[in-house]
Design a protein around this ligand. Structure first.
Ligand code: TYD
Ligand code: MG
Length: 453
């Protein structure tokens, strides 16, 4: 029985199908709910595939089949909790230019170097371009095969021929199924392509990594649907103008999403950053008002980041509030608390706040450090070079303890910090760190002399 494939448009709300696209669903009359999909129709209707597995007693399920295999890229393996699981599908999302192709080419090369076969499908670049990049990365390996291909059935044919242990498709938005009339990158295409590739991955026990571009606001371009099809979603982030790149798991079916991977983009590709705090603080110049170091937490990983603030008079009636790498809403709130609860008036002045190093610090644990940075920027006070601050600030001006304070302070101690401003309730500090406890932001400001320049 030969299965035939037919494209239909189906309503995402009520399931009504229609042979052609209409703006309004003929079933539920919803607007723009029809999405194209492929229906496989056999002689007797929809075909059913034979089951691949037989039910077994739960204790007889072989877990080794699902053991992660290291890629050899340490920071990637850290985030994946060991490596890639055979048969799993991983989506690597990130803004264009952030380094997704670079990371995957390095991983593909490393895996191929360990004796596995890797197929790298480049749907956006020619294989010459991929080769040139691979040369620069010293990633040429006999078992790393490259093909430039955009058609999903052709990709599956290459997979059948090569039988790779690892398949990389770069990117999922650039491949398409010619049986669908929808354009590449649309919900219909991305859903169909990822389904087909995921089926193949499971059937062959082939680890598969899909590249997905995301827009500026962090959403996957078009298809949220993709996140449900894959086992793991990795987000690759960073400021394009800085070398630092952060890799984290947003969803991970095989492990925790707490670990953070850190890379530095250099001439020879991405290199692991084992000591991120050291990197962030390398160019710090103590003795400048408006600078406070915060021990922040990314996943399980403590990171020391310098927060800076600059406050400048302006004749403009609506002064500027700029928050680079920080949460703008949080900054506004802290300015209001400084004004109302501490008596530090920002008034008609522009406020520029920055997390140094291209890293994003948006957790409440950075409130106190940010507020102290602004306070000292206003008063001209200089805080001791060996001081850090961490704690959440409430609207009443009260300070609250944040998670993992001990881990944060241990990291601070490792980098030579000796004093920490913390909320009253904070736990005992690690050896070598003296804590300065404050119940309110006003107390903290007075305690470190930030109220006088
Ligand atoms: P790329 O991996 O192509 O990004 P993506 O696939 O996410 O779009 O990398 C983009 C940038 O990285 C590009 O501007 C060049 C830079 N780069 C380096 O700095 N060093 C290198 O070794 C490589 C390969 C790229
Ligand atoms: Mg790319």
């Amino acid at each position: 029985m030969v299965a035939k494939v037919r494209a239909v448009f189906r309503c995402g709300e009520c399931g009504t199908s229609s042979p052609k696209w209409t703006g309004r669903c003929p079933g539920c009359e919803g607007w723009n709910t029809l999405v194209e999909e492929l229906e496989r129709v056999g002689a007797g209707g929809v075909t059913r595939s034979a089951p691949r597995e037989r039910p077994v007693p739960i204790a007889e399920v072989d877990v080794h089949e699902w053991a992660a295999r290291p890629t050899g890229i340490s920071e990637l393996d850290r985030v994946l909790g060991g490596g890639l699981v055979p048969g799993s599908v991983t989506l690597l999302g990130g803004e264009p230019g952030i380094g997704k192709s670079t990371l995957l080419l390095q991983a593909a090369s490393s895996v191929a170097g360990s004796g596995a076969t890797v197929l790298y499908v480049s749907a956006e670049e020619s294989r010459q371009q991929v080769r040139l990049r691979a040369e620069r990365l010293a990633a040429l390996r006999p078992r790393l095969l490259v093909v430039s291909e955009t058609s999903v059935p052709a990709v599956l044919a290459h997979v059948a021929e090569v039988g790779p242990d690892l398949l990389v498709v770069d990117s999922i938005q650039a491949v398409h199924d010619p049986d669908l009339s929808s354009a590449p990158g649309t919900v219909a295409q991305v859903r169909e392509a990822s389904h087909r590739l995921a089926q193949e991955a499971k059937a062959r026990g082939m680890a598969t990594v899909l590249v997905g571009h995301v827009t500026k606001d962090g959403a996957l371009a078009g298809p949220r649907v993709l996140e449900h099809v894959v086992d793991t979603v990795l987000a690759f982030e960073g400021d394009r103008h800085h070398a630092l790149r952060l890799l984290r798991a947003v969803k991970h079916r095989f492990g925790s999403t707490a670990d953070l991977g850190l890379f530095e983009m250099g001439e020879e590709g991405l290199a692991a950053v084992p000591d991120a705090s050291g990197l962030f603080l390398a160019d710090r110049r103590p003795g400048v008002p408006g600078s406070v170091v915060v021990p922040t937490i990314e996943g399980h990983r403590p990171l020391l980041v310098e927060l800076q603030a600059l406050v400048v008079p302006t004749p403009i009636p609506t002064p500027r509030r700029s928050a680079q790498g920080l949460d703008a809403g949080r900054l506004s709130m802290l300015l209001a608390v400084l004004d109302q609860r501490v008596g530090i008036q920002i008034g008609n002045r522009d406020v520029y706040a920055l997390a140094v190093g291209g890293v994003r610090v948006a957790e409440p644990g950075a409130d106190l450090a940010l507020a102290l940075a602004v306070a000292t920027a206003v008063t001209g006070a200089v805080l001791p070079a060996d001081l850090v601050a961490c704690g959440e600030v409430g609207l009443g001006g009260e300070l609250r303890q944040v998670a993992a304070t001990e881990r944060r302070l241990t990291e601070a101690a490792r980098l030579g910090f000796r004093r920490a401003v913390v909320p009253f309730s904070a736990p005992l500090p690690p050896a070598g760190v003296e804590v300065l406890r404050a119940a309110t932001l006003a107390e903290a400001v007075a305690l470190v002399g930030a109220d006088e320049g």
